[in-house]
Write a protein that binds this ligand. Sequence first.
Ligand code: PMP
Length: 355
Amino acid sequence: MPLKPRDLIRSEVFAIKAYHVAESEGMVKLDAMENPYALPGPLREELARELARVEMNRYPEPTGKKLRELIARKMKVPAGMEVLLGNGSDDLIQIVSLALARPGATMMYPTPTFVMYGMNAGLTGMKAVALPLREDFALDVAAFVARMREERPALVFLAYPNNPTGVLYREEDVVAILNAAEGLVVLDEAYHVFAQKSFMPRLAEFPNLIVMRTVSKLGLAGIRLGYMAGRPEWIAEFNKVRQAYNVNVLTQAAAEFVLDRLEVLEDQARRILAERVILGEALAALPGVKVFPSEANFFLVRVPDANRSHEGLRRQGVLVRNFHGVHPLLANCLRITVGTDAENRILLAALRESL
Ligand code: PMP
């Protein structure tokens, strides 16, 4: 008699839920912090010609050397630091977790935060210690550091700014955590283009700091590319855990083309920031809606009944993320990505209807 999956699959795998992605065909898609703007037409055509030259019969250059050098230059990675590429930063989160998951090792992070950290703790058999944020989603740094002293985590994840709250922790609080850490601290700067704050320039000060980023929120979510920067002795180990060809030739070519013209994406980010101001004020003006301040390209809002509003929005063709029931601090919270002016107007009208 063959055994069943539940008898064979590791209990950690059985215990976690698959990463949830909602059906979005034909919807106003404000659920995943994507950049709503496409590349300008002429640039798209030039990129298409570039991609047509890619030799898809060949394996990629294994470490993406050209792209790593371009990223180091464009993203101002300090001299002496190394860059590692990932198939999205999700891939990098997994690589770091796998590498540090010695028996009994602990991963620590404030919560609520990006679910992928906890998922990878589960997958790799690390003990996950999730310390609640304050009610306003600020970091209780004293409590966090005290818990670090007890738990001695091998790995700390801090999303800077945090998802789904949009809060950018105070720089001195991050420094306090870096100074208290015996283990590795991964600062996940997925939203850095919107926050305009980064520890990249300070990498050399902290031997156990890795700065992780993604091009997803910048406007290239579809190509799946993340990168992290840190000391060569860390990157060399993570490079062993990375799958040999984790960043494909089309992604490398597209990223080289677009990041060489980074100002186009930075321009779009500025438009998103301008829309964020307008959307934030309009959301706050809706009756019963509390808007949490955000340094990212989304807002967390608290509404009277998140399930009702989420469903009402969905029926009107607008997709946002419902966090009600996910974490006690997120009761009746929705996360709304900043879209184009037109999308934001549709959202506001639909939300008004469904409060
Ligand atoms: N880190 C944070 C904080 C995120 O919010 C996300 C995306 N939701 C990621 C990492 C993953 O990004 P990527 O698309 O590069 O896998």
